[in-house]
Write a protein that binds this ligand. Sequence first.
Ligand code: 5GP
Length: 203
Amino acid sequence: MVEKVYISYNNVHKLCQEAAETIKDFNPNLMVAIGGGGFIPARILRTFLKQPGSKNIPIQAIGLSLYEQLGDDTVVEAVGHEVVRTQWLDFSSEHTMDLIGKRILIVDEVDDTRTTLHYAVSELEKDVRAQAERLGRSAEETKFFVFVLHNKDKPKRAELPEDMMREGRYLAARTLPDLWIAYPWEAPDIEEHTANAVSQGNN
Ligand code: 5GP
């Protein structure tokens, strides 16, 4: 049987609470949650990032799907990996979707091969550049911070921007070995799932 790491809702909550202490220094004013795994962590983070007297940080959702495209070649190395957008930000109204000059927190549940995060960051950066050029606001600095609950300790297929890593704008609450992580929102039986998480010390 493949070994799995079980994570409870409690554990997700506590990891977000702990991470918020670090993310507060970045002081995000917008969250972009990568669906579906980023949605629940983003919502929990919002609770812990809320400053008294200031508004809740808005959360925008994007959807990305990573699929393996098998080519004609049967050699395993010939398998290509491509990210497709299933949902993206709506830039049709620049009043409601202004990313320029913002501090944007990107949230996902797991950094596995890093392909999805690389795609999200590079595409969002491109969108901001295009929007800023269109509006003559290229002088304003937009910053991205990536948060994931778990990073898997393994060779990555893609990178995140060098300045993001150098400036500590990447945070994984925990780094785990390369095993399948079972999150509570996918559990067919939440009682059994939580019991497994408790027995592994992930509650
Ligand atoms: P990537 O390889 O691009 O870093 O991750 C792609 C996506 O695969 C993740 O956003 C996540 O939805 C899914 N994924 C990768 N590893 C795991 C895992 O261990 N558990 C779960 N539940 N999803 C995973």
